[in-house]
Write a protein that binds this ligand. Structure first.
Ligand SMILES: NC(=O)C1=CN([C@@H]2O[C@H](COP(=O)(O)OP(=O)(O)OC[C@H]3O[C@@H](n4cnc5c(N)ncnc54)[C@H](O)[C@@H]3O)[C@@H](O)[C@H]2O)C=CC1
Ligand SMILES: O=C(O)CCC(=O)C(=O)O
Length: 630
């Protein structure tokens, strides 16, 4: 409950606005001056010294005003500029300022001449704005400030607040040490260090609360706010060195994101997952049932790759955890690598290169052939297989493919009705089947024997798909003429030592699971997956989810949205609607998607309702997860 008579004292610069107003004024007045950058830097340094209390505030103000060289006429431009620079979460929560107008004060060491017109739009009248005022000469030049105003002196905010003699709890919200001192002096009850725009150690280390935006402040105080749950409270853990753009994208949207360079083993993840709302992984991290069991807050898992068998998808679904992946972003990278490997292997380039590295010159056409006119057998004609088909044809290869699903041939590719047919006709066999565990040892001794003598095998799919000892034997015996292997049955969690039976064999290219590791692919994934995650967290969309009923929701328009995930058993929907009817909810839209195990129903509602309905919906039998979004 909001305490009766509580007062909210806001700082202005870098709190209500994203900037320091005098810095903006300086930008304007110095625009055409040759020494602009130097002077600006000097002004900013002086501002910071003053804010952190390292020089007296009066001194900071005097020095800056002298350097500013501003005129009365500049103030209009400054106000228009500042109107564009209101802090994002302040702007979002205009309603709070309007609703609590009588309890909100601004105490600032800035100037009323620009603060008043800005905060008026937030229903804060001039009489509740305490700030300095400029002194002008007869030509309108700003030459100083009213020195009798307490706010022009060191720790003037303390004096100002003291004089106001406010009753009720006084909460101060600001970014600087000069805001904190009101709390230190015992005149304010709580100090919230506001870090949406700047993070000042001196303020945060002393704060009662650190508030990264106004939503958090309003949430902590149980005040009306624009969003149901502040995004900074949503913790995202990104493992396996995903591209930094993912961090940027998610942090920019306001989430609290932690980046870890490597994968984490199950036992450790069981601990780390607690309190995490979104987990981001690549192919190494095993999200097992045990991990999911320990995940008390988990809403979604983002696989920053194609494969998702490292995740217990069914168990995740049963817990209401939605899984997304990036099915297309790295496919081109894999295809280009496959093409490169085919050419390198057909020409025995790695053997020739190693010789020169060892100091030997061996010019020969032995075991060196063009790829033009050769038969390429693609096993798994999905997103990667199909693209490879097109590029391989473009360089003159004859393409054969085999797929368990009915896939349409692209270009002149020829469909094989069995794996054996494909193996027997191909000079190069390349594997692009999916990571289904049923594909274990898909290529073993028997299949290798069905291949042409001297043929080449490429595996860029999954390590367990090929029986490695059988492959090693075939390479040693000369049955196969070469191989390229990017994936292994056991791969290390982090970079370091690695051994495989294939090491040291002639004409074998070994790479550390980097088929999809290009800057382009990783950047694209870092855009694609976070967008899916944000779309789910922010609005409930599950389009392209791997393990969950897919639903594309319309934009939420001034409505509250109830997201209800439940076991798909008869009668649950009826119960949900019974509750909604009992509480006389005005439903503006309802959407349902189910699969045999879970149901996902979204109800958009008029925002005025009895909040008891939330408790009632959470206790509907078979409920897995429930969230309110606004
Ligand atoms: N090395 C790397 O860095 C990367 C590896 N990959 C892996 O590449 C593989 C292929 O990826 P996409 O083309 O995107 O997958 P996809 O799902 O689009 O295509 C896979 C195709 O394989 C077929 N298939 C599955 N099992 C089969 C079998 N036993 N016999 C014949 N066909 C079978 C499916 O019907 C499907 O058409 C995946 O395993 C993926 O994890 C993907 C990206 C990067
Ligand atoms: O780059 C990665 O971490 C994994 C790539 C991969 O194998 C996939 O996308 O399935």
């Amino acid at each position: 409950m909001v305490e009766e008579g509580r007062k909210y004292v806001f700082d202005f610069d870098s709190t209500l606005t994203r900037v320091e107003a005098l810095d903006v004024l300086a930008e304007m007045t110095l625009r055409n001056k040759a020494n602009k950058d130097e002077v600006l830097k000097e002004i900013q340094d002086i501002t910071n010294l003053g804010i952190d209390g390292d020089i007296s505030f009066t001194e900071s103000l005097e020095r800056r005003i002298k350097l500013l060289n501003a005129h009365k006429d500049d103030l209009e431009g400054l106000v228009s500029e500042l109107k564009q620079k209101i802090s994002k979460s302040i702007e979002e929560n205009k309603e709070f300022f309007q609703e609590y107008a009588d309890d909100i004060y601004v105490i600032s060491c800035g100037f009323k001449e620009f603060i008043d017109p800005i905060v008026a739009a937030y229903d804060i009248p001039s009489e509740r704005v305490y700030a300095n005022t400029f002194k002008f000469d007869e030509d309108g030049n700003i030459v100083g400030f009213d020195e009798t105003n307490v706010l022009s002196s060191h720790n003037g905010k303390i004096e100002c607040l003291k004089t106001l003699n406010l009753d009720g709890e006084v909460q101060v919200i600001g970014d600087g040490y000069s805001d904190y001192v009101m709390r230190e002096a015992g005149i304010a009850d709580k100090f919230f260090a506001y870090t949406e725009n700047v993070h000042r150690e001196k303020a945060t280390e002393n704060a009662d609360f650190i508030t990264p935006n106004l939503n958090e402040f309003l949430f902590v105080n149980d005040l009306p706010r624009k969003v149901s749950y502040p995004k900074n409270r949503i913790k995202i853990l990104l493992l396996e060195n995903v591209h930094p753009d993912a961090f940027e994208n998610l942090s920019e949207d306001g989430f609290s994101v932690e980046l870890v360079k490597h994968s984490i083993p199950e036992e450790e993840l069981v601990e780390r997952i607690k309190g995490v709302h979104v987990l981001g992984i690549r192919s190494k991290t095993q999200v097992t049932e045990k991990v999911l069991e320990a995940a008390d807050k988990l809403l979604a898992v983002g696989a920053f790759c194609i494969g998702t068998t490292q995740i217990a998808l069914e168990a995740a679904k049963k817990k209401g955890v939605v899984v997304f992946n990036a099915p297309y972003s790295n496919t081109r990278s894999v295809v280009e690598l496959a093409i490169g490997q085919i050419i390198m292997l057909k020409r025995s380039i790695f053997a020739r290169s190693s010789e020169i590295h060892r100091g030997q010159w061996f010019k020969t056409a032995l075991n060196s052939q063009e790829v033009r006119g050769k038969n390429l057998g693609i096993v798994g004609y999905g997103n990667i297989g199909k693209q490879l088909s097109v590029l391989a044809e473009a360089i003159g290869m004859r393409v054969y493919y085999y797929d368990v699903a009915d896939q349409l041939a692209l270009g002149n590719a020829i469909k094989c009705s069995s794996l054996e047919d494909l193996l027997s006709v191909s000079d190069v066999v390349t594997l692009h089947i999916d990571d289904n565990k049923a594909n274990k040892n898909f290529i073993g001794e028997r299949e290798i024997n069905q291949m042409r003598d001297g043929a080449i095998l490429i595996n860029l799919a999954r390590g367990f798909v090929v029986d490695i000892p059988a492959l090693a034997n075939a390479l040693k015996s000369g049955k196969l003429g070469g191989a390229a292997v990017d994936v292994y049955p056991e791969e290390p969690r982090a970079n370091g030592e690695f051994t495989t039976e294939l090491q040291g064999l002639e004409n074998v290219i070994l790479t550390p699971h980097i088929g999809g590791s290009t800057e382009e692919a990783q950047r694209d994934i870092a855009d694609f997956v976070p967008n899916k995650i944000m779309d789910y967290i922010n609005s409930g969309n599950t389009v392209d989810a791997v393990n969950f009923p897919n639903i594309r929701l319309p934009k939420q328009n001034k409505a509250h949205r109830f997201l209800h995930i439940h076991k798909n058993v008869p009668g649950v929907m009826a119960k949900i609607n019974e509750v909604l009817a009992k509480y006389e909810m005005n439903i503006t839209g309802q959407y349902l998607s189910t699969d045999p195990e879970v149901g996902y129903v979204i109800s958009d509602l008029d925002k005025e309702y009895n909040k008891e309905v939330i408790k009632a919906l959470k206790s509907v039998e078979h409920t897995i997860k429930f969230r309110v979004l606004y």
